[in-house]
Write a protein that binds this ligand. Structure first.
Ligand SMILES: *Cc1c(COP(=O)(O)O)cnc(C)c1O
Length: 394
């Protein structure tokens, strides 16, 4: 019996009749580019996010790029990005011709360390792209305050934060533009690629609406050099169905996360006893696997647990032990962007915290279709792994 990291098919099967209806409605409509389905989704998504406008695009990377393009970010500009993120955040910046300048994370939430932002700002800085990594909102208030003082744009990468709240308000309208991905594995996931932006600015929404469609508002009249990045109406129709269940599915993720956190407290007690025993028995430092760190939630935020990321110096061994018990884990992310070949030429300074995290973090299975009993199984395996690694007999 194996436990997958995330069972996408189970998510489809739970809503199959409704999804199938919605998709065949698009096939029946004869409208296969943009149209009523995309417009309806944009309206519903903006409303869900407490934002005034939403524009549907082809994927999350395009959403970020179009946001930067609409704000006029381009060659010669520096854009602050987290060193600890999925590479898309950096690619959006370099794809518009600007330079990604990394800022290290703080080690509780793994999000951008707001205390390091100001020292990274230069005369060429024009924007900050905070990421709400793993579904945990970044600390937006200080970011927005710094941005205002230095006259910088803020574009949020919210690809992992559908439904999350910062100081009571949904992510989606706090800054100039918020970029979303509906990649299948996200909390709101399509059945292929899809993305969107949300914003409270009518001007920015309008620019992105034109840019995503060849820079054209009226067919064969091109007012700007745009791209083809339109949301697929088939995906829009399916997303409209799934949006109705997003809060409920996020609540199920939260139940799994709460159970993990409860179990982690018990494990922490056991580890404490074992560490002490081990120290007494061998006079050696405690085994790496004994040092396990669980997620902490920033006060004033409601995360949506896109990922449940734990940290250990004995990561590789623990991942192996879970795999032996057919429990799938993933690493988010094994190589930080600054260490990727893609950014070899940029010659970015080393990012010690992001690099250390990439060697220590791993993500436990979590998802709306996962059973609570499965989280217990994961923890039993984790506890046994820790015990085996520390070579202790009870
Ligand atoms: C998924 C993701 C993206 C990119 O989304 P795509 O739809 O795959 O292009 C961007 N940033 C982060 C943090 C992501 O997790």
């Amino acid at each position: 019996m194996s436990l997958p990291f995330l069972d996408l098919r189970a998510g489809y099967l739970e809503l199959k009749p409704e999804i199938d209806d919605a998709v065949s409605r698009v096939f029946d409509s004869g409208q296969y580019i943009l149209g009523a389905e995309v417009q309806a989704f944009e309206h519903e998504w903006a409303k869900f996010c407490d934002a005034r406008f939403s524009v549907g695009v082809a994927n999350g990377l395009d959403a970020l790029e179009l946001a930067l393009m609409a704000l006029g970010v381009g060659p010669g500009d520096e854009v602050l990005v987290p060193s600890n993120t999925y590479i898309a955040t950096w690619l959006a910046v370099s794809n518009v011709g600007a330079i990604p300048v990394p800022v290290e994370p703080e080690e509780d939430s793994y999000n951008i360390d707001v205390n390091l932002i100001e020292e990274a700002i230069t005369r060429r800085t024009t924007a900050i792209v905070p990421v709400h990594l793993y579904g945990q909102p970044a600390d937006l208030d200080p970011i927005l305050e710094i941005a205002k003082r230095h006259k910088l744009w803020v574009v949020e990468d919210a690809a992992q934060a559908h439904g999350a709240r910062y100081r009571g308000r949904r992510i989606g309208g706090h800054s100039h533009v918020v970029a979303w991905s509906f990649y299948p594995g996200k909390n709101l996931g399509a059945f292929g690629d899809a993305g969107a932006i949300t914003t409270d600015s009518e001007v920015i929404a309008d620019r992105i609406r034109v840019l995503r469609n060849y820079g054209s508002r009226v067919k064969y009249l091109n007012e700007s050099q745009g791209v083809n990045s339109r949301m697929d109406p088939i995906q829009a129709a399916a997303l409209r169905v799934k949006l109705k269940y997003l809060d409920e599915w996020n609540a199920r993720r939260a139940k799994i996360a709460d159970r993990y956190l409860d179990l982690s407290k018990k494990l922490a007690q056991a580890i404490e006893v074992q560490s002490e025993l081990e120290g007494r028995l061998s006079n050696r430092a405690a085994s790496p696997s004994l040092q396990l760190r669980f997620p902490e939630v920033l006060s004033g935020t409601d995360p949506v647990w896109h990922l449940f990321v734990v940290r250990s110096r004995g990561r590789d061994s623990l991942v192996g032990r879970l795999a032996e018990r057919n429990i799938e884990t993933l690493i988010h992310y094994p190589t930080p962007p600054n260490r990727q070949n893609a950014y070899k030429e940029l010659a970015v300074a080393s990012q010690p915290i992001a690099e250390l995290l990439s060697s220590e973090v791993f993500s436990l299975p979590i998802g709306p279709q996962m059973k609570l009993s499965d989280s217990e199984r994961v923890f039993r395996a984790l506890a046994q792994g820790v015990k085996a690694d520390s070579k202790l007999v009870e």
